[in-house]
Each structure stands twice: as structure tokens, then as C-alpha cells.
Design a protein around this ligand. Structure first.
Ligand code: ADP
Length: 606
């Protein structure tokens, strides 16, 4: 029951609609049973068997008599009409009634799913919305562990699973039991004896046929594992094609693949043959059951217990029960699947967001200095990436970080906007631990330009403004500083050109300048810059460099520098190696020493 309440939690907001769905389903079930009952008079007329009933049935005294009453009433009305108007007219009447009842039954059936479609998709939207907004608040460290695929799976497959499960829950608790109940009532009205007999048969169907079907349809672990290996080999092949060709190893790789491919074929053939057996087998068992019922019931008809047409009606009612009885038996399993999916979604919702301090009214500002104090960091335990970093950056200083790839430069600057939190020591901004500054306000102080220019499928204007409400003048001003205005005006729709649409290919330098314009517009006092290395040609580099020089004016900047020109212009150069600060000073100071820096410069190797 606990699991049902878990799913109910999602439906709660739409309980009005869920009730409406239930109401329509009740109507659909009623007309569904009626649609079977009207078959009887139809058959009676065809077989010209109806005998005139002369008196109207007495009003039923209890609910159990209701079905008897319905049947008798039908019979009375019909035979009266038959006597008065003749066979043809009666047939016409019955056909009319059949059409109307089937129309109503299907109308209500449709109305029920019509309402439900809205509920299901609204619930799905709500879960997706919650998840998506949650993704943005997850700490970056969460993504570092290559969980992207898993997150996307939760957002798609699991959300769908919940949606299905909710639908099934509603069906299992409203429609199916009602269908079974209503049909059973009618069956009992026709013959208690036959119903009891049928009931035993239903149990048999549910247990035996269900069990056999499930065994036959079971997926094979072996096939899955073989398929996994096949895919892995294909990936290897595509990824390593250069090497395979270079070593002329096509045959070797091909043989290995052929062998596995063959094994997979054999396993799958067996599996498919087994699965294909499920349907003919259950049909045969099913019809065997019906035949037993026909045999038993047929003898009751011979004995005069009820008319042949009544018996046919009974069989139809029985048939009406089979499908809901089957789903009812697998309901628990289906609901459990939904609950498992809900658990996976809730796991994400339960991760602590990165924000730790409540936002305040204060507008953020930066007055004096940034201080890294005995800072240490490790992505993976026991593997320090930064150690013992002590560094004070004064307001207005331009700092260049140099060092070999993997020295820890990017990690160090990532700690300032708190993409990660230090595992040792702390960072102070104007003497205040940045952990105590609300994240949004901390990040408002910083502009970040990364090596890859990250742009989104939107207009150029939106990419520059990026959520802020900037006027066209402000946008243009920022674009001019970033040397981007001219090329923007040359695109088809200027600032309204959509990036990523066909025909709007931007060069690396242009993309880079758009992200610079984005940083300028924000006008942050601190700028963090990961300099692009070789992606740009000389002309493009000059434009980007020029833009950056304008942007850096009067700001405090931390630059991961790769170009000698940038490094020379810096107020201070920090040379990093193996997660530690190796040396620091101005270009001249460092050159005049026997420094690692001098070797860098000589080799032009940043
Ligand atoms: P740099 O910017 O100087 O090239 P990085 O800060 O990118 O250096 O990397 C420093 C070290 O941290 C490297 O050894 C790198 O492999 C490791 N590293 C970087 N990012 C991650 C991460 N997300 N998870 C685990 N290790 C990482």
C-alpha cells in the first residue's frame, strides 16, 4: 500500500481529472456490459425464439436482483414490440439499440482516456520540470563522475515509467475491478452454477497460462551479454580503424567478430523460437478452456437450465473478464516498477544543492583582495591536485598562471566561483570566506571566458544577454568592445540571427568574441580567462586579443595564459607545477633568475 501512496503523490494535483476519468470509466464499464447483454435479444430474434412475456417485471428489491430485472425488462419490451410490430421492425429496433449502446460505451471509453492523456502528460511534465531545475543546482562535482548518461536516463526512461505506472494504477484500481465485478454479477444472474465453474477456469487461466507465458517470454541473460560484447567490438573497430588498417589486421578483427556474431545468432534464434511459442500456446490453452466451458454449459442448455442465446451472452461476459483479470494479476509487479523509477527520480531530488548560504539583499562588491589560504584540493580522495596554495591577488591586478598541462591551473581558478569547494584551506574575498557568500552574488562578481566558446541555440542577442535584461544599446556597446559588432551586422538578421541554424556558421574567433561580449555586458569586477591556445588563426587571434585587452582594462583578472604577449603584460606571473606554486614574479624578474619560467620562454612551451 505504501507504494501506491508513492504514486498517488504524483496524481494528487490532478485528482479532479483522475476522478473524472474514474467516472467515465464507470460509465464505459456499464455500457460495456450492456453491449454484451443486448446481444441476447438480437440472437433471439434471429433464431425466432422469443416467446412473448406478458407482464412487466416487478421493480427490483435489492441490488442483486437488479441484473435479473434488466434482463427481464429487456425481454418484456422486446417481445411486446415484436408482437405489435412484427419481426423486421423488432430487428431494426435491436440494431438501433446495439448501435447506440456501443456508441456510448466507446464514447465514455474515449472520454476516460482523453482526460487521462492530459493527466499523464502533465505529471510527466511536472517531474521533468523538477528534475531539470534540479540539474542546474547540482554541484559540478556530481557531473564529474560521468553521470550524464545516467541523468538523462532518469529524465527520460524513468519519467516515462512513472507515467505508465500511474496509468496502470488507475486502471487497476478502477476500471478492471469494475469490469470484473459487473460482468460477474451478470453471469451470476444467468447461472450461479456455470459462474462457479467458470471461476475455477479463470483461476486456471490466470495461474497456469500466465506462468507459462512469462517463462516463455523471459529475456536471456546470455543474449544480452553477447549483444553487449558485439557492440563493444563494433565500437572498438570504429574507434581503432586507423590502427587496424595500419596493421592490416582487418582479418583478425573480422574473424573475432564473425565468431561472436554467429554465437549471438544461435542464442537469439533459440530465444525467438521460445518467445514465439507464447502466443500460439496461450491461444490454444485459452480455447481449450472455452471449449470446456462450452461443453459444460451446452449440457446445461440441453437440460433446459437456460436458453442458447443466454448461454452465448454468458460466454461473452466471461470473455470480457479475461483481459482485466490478466492485468489485475500483474498489477503489483507493474506498480513496483513504477515505484522503482520514482525512487531513482527521488534520489536526484534528494541530493543537496550546492547553495549553502541564504541570499541577502546586499549587492555584491569587491573592494580589496582575493586570498587563497593554505589551499588544497582533490577530485578523488588521496590524490591531491592542488597543495598548499598561498596567494593574494590585489584588486586591479592582472595575474597570469602558467605551467604544463595538468599542473592544476584550471582547477585553481575553478575554485574561485565555487565550481568546486577546496578540500583544505579556504579562499577569502575581502577577508570573507567565499563559502559564506551567497553563490549567485559571488558569481555575479565574476566574468568567465573559457577556451571553448559555449553558445546556445538562440539568437546572438540572447547569447550575449544570457538571461540579463539588456537594452539593444547595451548589447551593441558590449559587442563593440568585444570586436563583435561588425561581424554580427554582417549576418543575415544581425543581432536576431539564430546561432546553430543552417547557414549561420560562426568561426572559432567569432564565437570567442561573442562570449567576451557576454562577459563585458555583465561588467564584473573580476575576470577569469582560460586563453584559447591554437584554435585561432593569426588574424582572428589579433581581434580576440585586442578585445580581451579592452575588457581587461581596470579589472582584476586571473588568466590561464598560453601566449607570451599575455604573459608579458601581466602584473604577476604564477608558475605552477604538480599542483603547487613553483615561483612567481614579473616577466623580467623571472627571466633574470635561473627559473623554470626562463626555460618555458626559451622553449616557447606554455
Ligand atoms: P591544467 O589546467 O593546469 O592543465 P587541471 O587543473 O585541468 O590542470 O588538472 C589538474 C589535474 O587534475 C590533472 O591531473 C587532471 O587529470 C586532474 N583533473 C582535472 N579535472 C578532473 C576531474 N573532473 N576529475 C578528476 N580529476 C581531474
Amino acid at each position: 500500500m505504501n507504494s501506491i501512496s508513492r504514486l498517488w503523490h504524483y496524481i494528487r494535483d490532478y485528482r479532479g481529472h483522475a476522478l473524472l476519468n474514474a467516472g467515465f470509466n464507470v460509465m464505459a464499464v456499464i455500457f460495456g456490459v450492456l453491449s454484451i447483454l443486448v446481444l441476447k435479444p438480437f440472437l433471439d430474434i434471429l433464431f425466432a425464439q422469443s416467446t412473448r412475456v406478458t407482464s412487466a417485471p416487478a421493480t427490483p428489491s435489492s441490488l442483486l436482483d437488479l441484473d435479473d430485472f434488466v434482463l427481464d425488462w429487456f425481454n418484456f419490451q422486446l417481445t411486446t414490440y415484436l408482437g405489435d410490430k412484427g419481426q423486421n421492425a423488432a430487428l431494426g429496433l435491436v440494431c438501433g439499440v446495439v448501435i447506440v449502446i456501443f456508441f456510448l460505451k466507446n464514447l465514455f471509453r474515449y472520454l476516460a482516456v482523453y482526460v487521462m492523456a492530459g493527466v499523464r502528460n502533465s505529471i510527466e511534465r511536472d517531474i521533468r520540470k523538477n528534475l531539470f531545475s534540479r540539474f542546474a543546482t547540482l554541484p559540478l562535482a556530481y557531473y564529474a563522475e560521468e553521470r550524464t548518461g545516467d541523468l538523462i536516463a532518469r529524465m527520460t526512461t524513468d519519467v516515462k515509467e512513472i507515467e505508465w505506472s500511474i496509468l496502470r494504477t488507475l486502471e487497476t484500481f478502477v476500471r478492471d475491478p469494475l469490469t470484473i465485478l459487473a460482468s460477474l454479477l451478470m453471469m451470476v444472474a444467468i447461472s450461479t452454477k456455470l459462474t462457479l465453474f467458470a471461476f475455477v477456469l479463470i483461476l486456471f487461466i490466470g495461474l497456469v497460462i500466465g506462468r507459462i507465458g512469462k517463462t516463455l517470454k523471459r529475456p536471456s541473460a546470455k543474449a544480452q551479454q553477447q549483444q553487449g560484447t558485439l557492440v563493444a567490438i563494433m565500437e572498438e573497430m570504429i574507434g581503432g580503424l586507423r590502427i587496424i588498417k595500419a596493421f592490416a589486421a582487418e582479418r583478425f578483427v573480422g574473424d573475432r567478430f564473425d565468431e561472436l556474431n554467429d554465437d549471438y545468432k544461435t542464442t537469439m534464434t533459440k530465444l525467438v523460437r521460445r518467445k514465439d511459442l507464447a502466443s500460439p500456446m496461450s491461444e490454444f490453452l485459452g480455447i481449450s478452456v472455452i471449449v470446456i466451458l462450452l461443453w459444460f454449459g451446452g449440457r446445461l442448455v440441453f437440460d433446459g437450465d437456460f436458453e442458447a442465446s443466454t448461454f452465448v451472452t454468458f460466454i461473452m461476459l466471461f470473455y470480457n473478464i479475461i483481459a482485466p483479470a490478466k492485468t489485475f494479476s500483474s498489477a503489483y509487479y507493474n506498480i513496483q516498477k513504477g515505484v522503482a523509477a520514482a525512487d531513482r527520480v527521488d534520489e536526484i531530488m534528494a541530493i543537496a544543492p550546492e547553495e549553502t548560504v541564504a541570499e541577502t539583499e546586499l549587492t555584491p562588491n569587491f573592494e580589496r583582495d582575493i586570498k587563497f589560504d593554505a589551499l588544497g584540493f582533490e577530485y578523488i580522495e588521496e590524490q591531491p591536485v592542488l597543495q598548499d596554495i598561498n596567494l593574494t591577488i590585489n584588486k586591479g591586478e592582472r595575474i597570469a598562471f602558467v605551467g604544463q598541462s595538468g599542473a592544476g591551473k584550471s582547477t585553481l581558478v575553478d575554485l574561485l566561483p565555487r565550481f568546486y569547494d577546496p578540500t583544505q584551506g579556504a579562499i577569502f574575498l575581502d577577508g570573507k570566506n567565499i563559502k559564506d557568500i551567497p553563490l549567485r552574488q559571488l558569481r555575479q562578481l565574476m566574468g568567465i571566458v573559457t577556451q571553448e566558446a559555449i553558445l546556445f541555440h538562440d539568437t546572438i542577442a540572447a547569447n550575449i544577454a544570457f538571461g540579463s535584461e539588456a537594452t539593444q544599446e547595451q548589447l551593441e556597446h558590449a559587442a563593440r568592445i568585444a570586436n563583435a559588432h561588425d561581424f554580427i551586422m554582417e549576418t543575415e538578421h544581425g543581432y536576431q540571427t539564430r546561432i546553430g541554424d543552417r547557414g549561420t556558421k560562426l568561426s572559432g574567433g567569432q564565437r570567442q568574441r561573442l562570449t567576451i561580449a557576454r562577459a563585458v555586458l555583465n561588467n564584473p569586477p573580476i575576470l577569469i580567462l582560460d586563453e584559447a591556445t591554437s584554435a585561432l588563426d593569426t588574424q582572428a587571434e589579433k581581434l580576440v586579443q585586442d578585445a580581451l585587452n579592452k575588457v581587461l582594462q581596470g579589472r582584476t583578472s586571473l588568466i590561464i595564459a598560453h601566449r607570451l604577449s599575455t604573459i608579458q603584460d601581466a602584473d604577476r606571473i604564477i608558475v605552477m607545477d604538480g599542483g603547487k606554486i613553483l615561483e612567481s614574479g614579473t616577466h623580467e624578474e623571472l627571466l633574470n633568475r635561473d627559473s623554470a619560467y626562463r626555460k618555458f620562454v626559451e622553449l616557447q612551451d606554455f
